[in-house]
Design a protein around this ligand. Structure first.
Ligand code: NDP
Ligand code: AKG
Length: 447
């Protein structure tokens, strides 16, 4: 089996060897899906995984815009339309200086499996720009978004490709993008998700990724007759996903002791309760400040510069910042400090060494494509509400989100349970996500 996986990866490397994050995401899938393909006659001779690894379309475009000093700036925009076998392309836009083809292709590839797991009819895509929103004025953000959309609009549509937010793209950016799309197309449609409530958004979408990650952790704990109650939790990041993961974990009786950003992490031994989280939300979402400011407001907490939180003691870790933020040493530290649940809010936050360490230790480990799928699932619910021209209540959307997360958990168990009862959620998520897309591709012929 190893030789089959190596041969496949060698071929992938010839075309994509210069894209390390993409290679990593494919390797993780290949390790679990190739043995499954070998065991299932219907996939033989169809080169199905090779077809899934190649984007259906990838566009890259110039984004010129004028800053507040009148200087003309140039960024690069992208949209990767990875797979549309089960629905229109769907996935976020990331604005961050590190954005490149490798990062967006890994995100788009993971999105295909994730969207399939949600049970909703959504294909996979991802896009963004190397634009850095940090330190930019509102007007600069608006002008950038408008310029970005003057090219993106020709590649998207409510039945073609429906982008949303990701790192650096929240409600404000979706508003500016939507306004320009509407102007260019003269259409009020559900072409983006994460919209504001008065113009087609869905209740619970802002909360959904973080909430879903906690619901998934709770489902994993239930398999061991346990729950989030009383657990000490490390959360990384302090953006959208981290904030709502903290909120839900706290509501379920856990104590979240860390948050971070790219400059370091804060540790609060008393826990980040609702009042402290409200301070963080104001700091991050309105003042757009740094997490280090937390310790000025709450001096019993400590700030550690330039480090991630993974060497602190915990029961549960929820990486909610970015890719490869947990490496092999971090995994070792987590395990030796007693961590036995990892539920990923970010996409591919654990590198392959860390993933292998978690699986070897047989802890409850959920890969992001399963545990953070609540965000895109609720985007799918936003699309349904837009098509129906109605809004569901908070309780209705949250109820559907819980149900979807439970279904994803069940699917992981179906394909990931081992003989000794241990659930390999990586294998479960990859195979469950693969089957639906692969079967649709087989039915649709070689296209
Ligand atoms: N928003 C959503 O619905 C979904 C998001 N995700 C994933 O969740 C993760 C977080 O996204 P989201 O919360 O939306 O993004 P935000 O932009 O709201 O927040 C990102 C957070 O991560 C930190 N961060 C970003 N890059 C780095 C880095 N290189 N090193 C350390 N910290 C970093 C940011 O710190 P700083 O401000 O200093 O950069 C910030 O605290 C991403 O992996 C995203 O792909 C997954 C599913 C859905
Ligand atoms: O809601 C969406 O469409 C985007 C979510 C996303 O980008 C993700 O799941 O990583």
């Amino acid at each position: 089996m190893k030789s089959k996986i190596n041969a496949f990866m060698k071929e992938i490397e010839e075309r994509n060897g210069h894209e390390p994050e993409f290679m990593q995401a494919v390797q993780e899938v290949a390790e679990t899906v190739i043995p499954y393909i070998v065991s299932q006659d219907i996939y033989h001779g169809k080169n199905i995984l090779m077809r899934m690894v190649e984007p259906e379309r990838a566009v890259s475009f110039r984004v010129s815009w004028v800053d507040d000093d009148g200087e003309i700036c140039v960024n690069r925009g992208y949209r990767i339309q990875m797979n549309s076998a089960i629905g229109p392309y769907k996935g976020g836009l990331r604005f961050h200086p590190t954005v490149n083809m490798s990062i967006l292709k890994f995100l788009a590839f993971e999105q295909v499996f994730k969207n399939s797991l949600t049970t909703l009819p959504m294909g996979g895509g991802k896009g963004g720009s190397d634009f850095d929103p940090k330190g930019k004025s509102d007007s600069e953000i608006m002008r950038f978004c408008q310029s970005f959309m003057t090219e993106l609009y020709r590649h998207i549509g409510p039945n073609t490709d429906v982008p949303a937010g990701d790192i650096g793209v929240g409600g404000r950016e979706i508003g500016y993008l939507y306004g320009m799309y509407k102007r260019l197309k003269n259409e009020f449609t559900g072409v983006l998700t994460g919209k504001g409530m008065s113009w087609g958004g869905s209740l619970i979408r802002p909360e959904a990724t973080g909430y879903g990650t906690v619901y998934f952790a709770d489902s994993m704990l239930k398999t061991r007759n346990d729950s989030m109650k009383g657990k000490t939790v490390l959360v990384s990041g302090s953006g959208n996903v981290a904030q709502y993961a903290t909120e839900k974990a706290t509501q379920l009786g856990a104590k979240v002791v860390t948050l971070s950003d790219s400059s370091g992490y804060i540790y609060d031994a008393d826990g980040i309760d609702a009042e402290k989280l409200a301070f963080v939300m104001e700091l991050k979402n309105i003042k757009r400040g740094r997490i280090s400011e937390y310790v000025k407001k709450y001096p019993t907490a400590k700030f550690t510069k330039g480090k991630t939180p993974w060497h602190e003691k915990c029961d549960v870790a929820m990486p909610c910042a970015t890719q490869n933020e947990v490496d092999g040493d971090d995994a070792k530290a987590l395990l030796s400090n007693g961590c036995f649940v990892v539920s990923e809010g970010a996409n591919m936050p654990s590198n392959l060494e860390a993933v292998h360490a978690f699986l070897k230790a047989k802890i409850l480990y959920a890969p992001g494509k399963a545990s953070n799928a609540g965000g895109v699932a609720t985007s799918g619910l936003e699309m349904s509400q837009n098509s129906l021209r109605m809004n569901w209540t908070r309780e209705e959307v949250d109820g559907k989100l819980k149900e979807i997360m439970k279904n994803i958990h069940d699917a992981c168990i179906k394909y990931g349970k081992e003989e000794d009862g241990y659930v390999d959620y990586v294998r479960g998520a990859n195979i469950a996500g693969f089957v639906k897309v692969a079967d649709a591709m087989l039915a649709q012929g070689v296209v």
